[in-house]
Ligand binder design. Structure first.
Ligand code: 5GP
Length: 115
């Protein structure tokens, strides 16, 4: 399946890319929900968190460690940040290539309140 994120990985559409390695890419969200809002996306095709193979936990782990490393580099780690992965309809997932949101740069309040 090809999503907008696959097209960003393939450089078919532009994005503000802040990090990339052989496993993943990170770029700024087009509609930021915090002063810092970066998406970490694996290069392997996985639609939702439900679809991560049980023997491939590193797919998710790399997203989290890359986000933490980015936060450290950007001086965000001590104040703190939030990472979020939305899954399917109730989770509010809109792009079906798994991704981890890094939100930072201001107090983020509580989470999980229904809209
Ligand atoms: P989800 O709702 O699936 O957890 O998150 C998808 C995120 O992708 C949203 O926060 C949305 O703003 C972002 N997004 C959607 N299309 C684009 C795009 O073309 N470029 C970038 N940089 N972000 C996008």
């Amino acid at each position: 399946m090809s999503t907008i994120f696959h097209r960003i990985i393939a450089r078919e559409i532009p994005a503000d890319i802040v990090y990339e390695d052989e496993h993943l890419i990170a770029f700024r969200d087009i509609a930021p929900q915090a002063p810092v809002h970066v998406l970490f996306v694996p290069k392997v095709d996985v639609a939702t968190l439900n679809d991560v193979p049980a023997d491939r936990p590193e797919i998710v782990g790399r997203l989290a460690t890359a986000a933490a490393a980015y936060a450290r580099r950007e001086g965000l780690a001590d104040k703190g940040y939030r990472i979020v992965m939305n899954c399917n309809e109730d989770g509010g997932q809109t792009v079906f290539q798994i991704h981890l949101h890094l939100l930072a740069g201001a107090p983020l309040g509580r989470f999980g309140t229904p809209a």
